[in-house]
Structure formats: C-alpha cells, structure tokens
Design a protein around this ligand. Structure first.
Ligand code: FS2
Ligand code: SF4
Length: 517
C-alpha cells in the first residue's frame, strides 16, 4: 500500500506496509486504489461515451468512499469497483483500461503532487456533491468536472496544465459548496444562532455522527414519539441551527467532542451510534455492537443501514441499551454545559451593519477564521492557545470539527455578538467566504486587505478542496497547520508560497504578533 492523503500520514511522508495510521489495512488501501483506477477508466470511457445520472452517482460515491475514515470494508469497495466496470461498459462499447495508481505514486514528485491535489480535491468535493445529491440537487458543471479531473490524472499533462486544473478544482468546488448550501437551506431553513446543551437526559438515546443532514432528518422522523432522544456528535453539531431540524423536540443536544476522541468517548455509553460519513475510527470490541453505518460508510461486521434507510436496528438497539438513569454531563475536554452554533452567512450578514459599525468604531480590530479539521496530532493545541490568546477586540469565526478545540471557551462578546461564531460544518466554509466577499464590498477593498486572517487546520480531503477554493479566489496569507501536506512537493510548495504566501503555523504568540503587528 501507499497512501499519503491525510494529515496524519506516517512520518509525514506516507503510509506503507501493513496498515495506515488511520487503521486502514494494506489490502483495503489497494482495493481503494483499484477503485480509483477504475474511476479513471470510467472517465476515459465517458469522454467519447454517453454518461448518465447513474454514472455521475457512481463517480461521486466512488470518490467519497476513498476519503479518510469513511470505508474500511473490502467487500463494499470491491462491489463498487465492479459496478464502475459495469457502468463503463454501459456508457461506451469501446474498451477502456483502468488506470494503474502505481504510475501516480511513482511519478515525478511535482507531477504526483499536482495530480494528488486534483485527486484529493475531487474526493473532498464528491462528499459535498453527495450531500447535495441526496437532497435532489445536482449541477452539470460540477458533475462534468469529476470526469475532467479524473481523466487528467491518467494523462501525461505538464506542470502548467495540471496547475490550472488544480485551481479549477477549487473553482468548481466553490460551485459545489454553493449547491450544498442551497440544498441544505432549502430543505431545513437558514441556520439561526442556537444554544446546544452538552448534557445527556435520562432514557434511551442515539448518537449521530458525520455530516449528512438528510440521514439525521430521516432518523428524527423514525424516532418521533418513541421516547428516544437524539444527540449529535462531531460535525453533526451544526444541525441544531437549522430551523426544520431543531423543530424536533427530541433532538436534544451534542455528545462528546471531535472525531479522534471517539474510541474513549463511545467505550461505555448505554446507546448506539450512527455514522453517516467520516470520521469513523477502527471500532473497538467494547462498543462494536453499538456502531451502525449508512450511505458510503462501512466497516467489517457492523450493521449497515441500506438505501431503504430503515433505522429499525438502531432504534431497537437504543431501547435495548436504555440510556442513562439520570441526566449526565459527559463532556470530555469541554468544560461548559452548552455550546452555540448557527452563525451561517444569513445570520452574520443579517447583523452586517452592527459589525461594520464596530469595525469603524475600532471595537473590532480583526477577524480570524480559525477552523478546519481536528485530529490527534499534539501540535493541534496551537488552535486552542491561539483562540485563548486572541485579543478581546477580535472575532473568531469557526467551522468544522477543529472548533472542538475551543468552542467551550467563554471569551466574551463584542457589541452583543459572541466572540466565537460557529458557522457550521467544513462545507460551510462557503458561509465564511460569502461573509468575507460581502465585507470586502462594503469596505471597497479586496478580501486580502480586510482585517481578516485564515488560520486553518487540515486533516482529510475536504480540507484540500476548500483550500483549493480559497486559492482559486486569490485569498492570500493563509496560516496552515498542524503540518503541511506530505503530497505537496518542495517545488509546488514554493509556487504556493510565492503566489499565495501560504504560511505554516508557528506559535500562537509569534503568529498573532505577525498578523496584528
Ligand atoms: Fe472533521 Fe472528519 Fe468535516 Fe473532516 S469529522 S476531519 O471529516 O470534514 O472535518
Ligand atoms: Fe495513512 Fe491517512 Fe492514508 Fe490512512 S488515509 S492510510 S492515515 S495517509
């Protein structure tokens, strides 16, 4: 196996040998490579063939399946690969070969770097396209680009051409995030500021993890009036801000912290857990019978909820486990009893006048977007310290699971606005971009001249496509950590540093001094 697609890759060079740091075994990694090679074959076939909605769906599912911490089950990966082959035959009678991923891993390091940026960006974007697709929203340009990008990986393109495709991945991902934002807000309403309890009430409950709001909504429907409470976990927290989800009175609160703590947090809770997407970690014996998967997530021996979305097995398990006998405060690293969410673009832009006045009056000196993925790397305490040390006249916008490093901190308010504003999941980077673009209009300057700095943490491939979107939009001076991606070669890094001044994080003191200096 060879895999270097995520931040925790071994020695920051690549996972090889018997298994990756995430627990993905070598045979699974090889099956995932075969699946990706088949997708490139399908893209070749689509070039002169006639792809359909089914083809798009298979491509999106295939790419999403290979994201870190999504699928550890060889059987489902092999079945999906067989489906890809079948689809290739359906859309084009001519025979097109699969691509051998070894060619990519052994290519010249700069070519490999650019092709990896495209491939990993496509994987991340596929997750967003998938969430929009289940809500009935697709976009031809977005779907078409999956084929263009995959095709490019199998071709001998030069650096220049690949670099332009890297930026195009960012451009199309912006459209894809916009599509998902529209899909979510049309289905569930625009998020509103919401206080979310961290206590677990007595009685049976189910914990829902991952990003898929549609799965959550279906489960809320199926558990209505059954005496079972629902708690969000990790990236599902922002669901509480959506009016049509928060209307369910049994959507009670948030359980636990970010994904990397799940093995200890799930160990002895009297309740089942549903994974709708990443980040699923290798499942321990102590709670194996309580974890359920659905959609593209799967793991050997776990019960998988299929396309009929009949959640009966998990509901039965919740009743069997029974929940707690009294109200519990189980929060791990979080010390408070509530957190807030729901500050998406509509809410923030709804108080734009207030924000603009506060900036003009000198009450808000600077905005930081401190967000992205969480993870297990020790260097990630940087983000907690950064927020703790940020001056009182600064606002912290945040999104994705990286917020669990600091969303329990009480760092006060400015003009009635909490200093920490949770904009949502990782895809809600779209909200942050919208707010930044709106502010740049008001202040008649470019986004780069706003008193705004992006301090990002990355882990998996959705962070890659978001980063590419920011680069496509010409956003400079991004601070990135906890380490730089192993798949970016020194030459490609120097291009990114020259053109965009991407800066690795150092220490909160030094970076704050430099930014505010
Ligand atoms: Fe966090 Fe994992 Fe959201 Fe990533 S729960 S690292 O999938 O996309 O962020
Ligand atoms: Fe290693 Fe990350 Fe790949 Fe897992 S996904 S094998 S940790 S690089």
């Amino acid at each position: 196996m060879f895999c270097f697609q995520c931040q925790q890759t071994a020695h920051n060079t690549g996972c090889e040998g018997k298994a990756g740091v995430c627990g993905k075994k070598s045979d699974t990694a090889n099956y995932q490579d075969a699946l990706t090679g088949a997708l490139i074959g399908l893209a070749r076939s689509a070039k002169s063939g006639h792809k359909t909605y089914d083809t798009d769906e298979i491509v999106i599912k295939g790419l999403f399946t290979t994201i870190t911490n999504v699928n550890f089950f060889n059987d489902t990966i092999k079945k999906l690969t067989a489906k890809i082959h079948e689809e290739r035959g359906k859309i084009n009678a001519q025979k097109y070969e699969d691509y051998d991923m070894e060619c990519l891993w052994n290519d010249n390091e700069d070519i490999r770097s650019l092709k990896s940026l495209i491939l990993f960006g496509l994987r991340g974007m596929a997750a967003y396209a998938y969430h929009a697709m289940v809500l009935g929203k697709t976009d031809d340009e977005v779907n078409q680009f999956f084929y263009e990008g995959l095709y490019a990986i199998g071709e001998n393109y030069d650096l220049e051409k690949l670099l332009s495709l890297v930026l195009k991945t960012g451009e199309i991902n912006f459209k894809c995030m916009e599509l998902l934002d529209k899909a979510n807000t049309e289905a569930y309403g625009a998020p509103v500021p919401t206080t979310v309890p961290l206590t677990i009430e007595k009685g049976p409950f189910i914990v829902v993890s991952g990003h898929d709001l549609y799965d959550l909504k279906l489960l809320l429907e199926q558990t209505k009036d059954k005496g079972i409470n629902i708690y969000t976990h990790s990236e599902m927290l922002p669901a509480h801000g959506y009016p049509k989800l928060k209307a369910y009175s049994h959507l009670k609160g948030n359980f636990g912290t970010a994904w990397q703590s799940q093995q200890s947090e799930f160990h002895n809770i009297p309740a089942p857990i549903l994974f709708t997407t990443n980040c699923l970690m290798p499942v321990r014996e102590s709670y194996k019978d309580r974890v359920f998967t659905t959609s593209v997530v799967s793991y050997p021996e776990l019960v998988h909820i299929g396309e009929d979305k009949d959640f009966t097995p998990i509901i039965t398990k919740a009743i069997e486990c029974g929940g707690y006998e009294k109200e519990m405060n189980l929060t791990g690293i979080n010390k408070g009893s509530t957190v807030t969410t729901g500050f998406a673009h509509e809410t923030v832009l709804g108080v734009a006048d207030k924000i603009i006045q506060a900036v003009k009056d000198g009450k808000i000196r600077h905005f930081f977007l401190v967000g992205g993925c969480d993870g297990a790397a020790p260097g990630r305490s940087y983000y907690t310290d950064f927020v703790k040390q940020s001056p009182k006249d600064t606002i912290i916008l945040t999104l994705a699971c990286g917020k669990y490093r600091f969303n329990d901190l009480d760092i006060g308010e400015i003009c009635g606005l909490p200093r920490i504003l949770d904009m949502g999941q990782c895809n809600d980077a779209y909200s942050a971009i919208k707010v930044a673009l709106a502010l740049s209009k008001v202040f008649e300057c470019s986004v780069n001249d706003l008193p705004l700095t992006l301090v990002l943490s990355w882990y998996e491939q959705k962070a890659v496509c978001i980063l590419l979107t920011l680069l496509y939009l010409g956003i400079k001076n991004i601070y990135l950590g906890p380490t730089l991606p192993a798949f970016i070669s020194p030459k490609i890094l120097s291009i990114l540093v020259d053109q965009y001044n991407i800066t690795p994080i150092s220490t909160p003191d030094k970076d704050l001094a430099k930014i505010l200096g």
